[in-house]
Design a protein around this ligand. Sequence first.
Ligand SMILES: Cc1cc2nc3c(=O)[nH]c(=O)nc-3n(C[C@H](O)[C@H](O)[C@H](O)COP(=O)(O)OP(=O)(O)OC[C@H]3O[C@@H](n4cnc5c(N)ncnc54)[C@H](O)[C@@H]3O)c2cc1C
Length: 414
Amino acid sequence: MLDSVNFEIKEKAKHVAENVVRPLASEHDRKQEYPWKVKEALAESGLLKTWIPKEYGGNGLGSLNLCLVVEELSRACGGVGVMFAVNALGSYPIILGGREEQKQKWLPEIANGERLISFALSEKMAGSNASDLKTLISKNDDEYVINGDKKWNTNGGVAHYYSVFGVTNPSQVGKPSAISAVVVEKGTDGFELGKEEDKMGIRCVPVRELYFRDCAVPKWNLLGDSEGKGFKIAMETLDHARPGVAAQALGCAQGAFEYASRFASRRRQFGQPIQNHQSIGFLLADMSTRIEAARQLVYESARMIDAADKDPSLKAKANKMAAQGKLFATDTAMWVTTEAVQIFGGYGFMKDYPVEKYMRDAKITQIYEGTNQIQRLVVSRHVAREATSLKFLDSFIPTIDQWIPEELLNEVKK
Ligand SMILES: Cc1cc2nc3c(=O)[nH]c(=O)nc-3n(C[C@H](O)[C@H](O)[C@H](O)COP(=O)(O)OP(=O)(O)OC[C@H]3O[C@@H](n4cnc5c(N)ncnc54)[C@H](O)[C@@H]3O)c2cc1C
């Protein structure tokens, strides 16, 4: 169930999506061009304030409302969904780990759309294993000097601020305590942008390598009050951002489903609309059902993230649900968008029709902000831990001694 604030924010996002995003989606995709007009519309509508706390110029509307915006935008264009959400990903390190004066300096400019931000964690050799960073952040009088390369930076080049993660304690390399985060401004000496990647989907938002060569930033830019907090900040950021990726997937699934169901009601074969052929009708029923199931899980995981911000005892539950929501919604999106192409038949394979783009945009949601293999790892660890509280079931489960004849048991024990 959504409340009146949720509906209001959803309507506002839908307005931007239908009036500005959808009409330009195909062009931005084809040209691989950043949608500046969309960014201006988002800033004007105040939607970039959604997740930023009120004290820092935002609307303080939390994760669920962020998801509602991302879902509506992605329903029209999956690329715009992430072009919006990446500003949340980039700013959460400041919201969750920054000092008061840092929040006051950086967050209001992001909330009003004057400045864009990105999140620079991944490296060529450190993707899923984000604790294995090689970028060095060394202290030098009142500066931190950054040396290293970052891979896959979404918003790279268009962002003014970069939340950059690296090693401040080389003796601890490979351990979370080695890592710190600093904010780097575009234009700082020694900070260079690599080429823009030519991507399968989400083509309207740039993804670039970042190079740091003796790039010095004021010591003040270290997030938090001491070194070694970066890994915790990164992991908490990803927990907060995951429902946003799930919402991006949900929007892609919904958008593709709507095209497919409309097409199925108009396309005729064997003398009737193809939706009347049971295999198409039932496929649409399954698509709709899985999307609704994903929606409930995504909204609930976002609510849990919001609740855990107020009550830290809920953090473990929020971590598990954020992983589950991302996993289920993104797998659903890949399945739904692929089947939507199938429903369009040969037309679905052509760029003249909008469904193939949903399939291309959906794929990345299974990969970034933790691949779905990593989400399964996270969920499986929670499941294993939770199993220890199920001891009351033990008397109903035969022990190994009861299953196996004694002579075989002796063999096993050898
Ligand atoms: C378009 C795009 C945008 C991105 N944007 C950003 C960004 O803005 N900021 C940022 O920091 N990063 C970003 N990333 C990086 C993204 O988060 C990583 O690509 C992702 O975490 C996977 O890392 P990897 O690509 O190095 O794959 P790897 O970690 O090398 O994984 C390769 C394969 O092995 C699997 N695998 C790895 N470890 C395990 C394991 N323990 N168990 C089972 N399977 C495993 C993975 O699931 C995957 O299938 C982006 C990536 C892309 C493609």
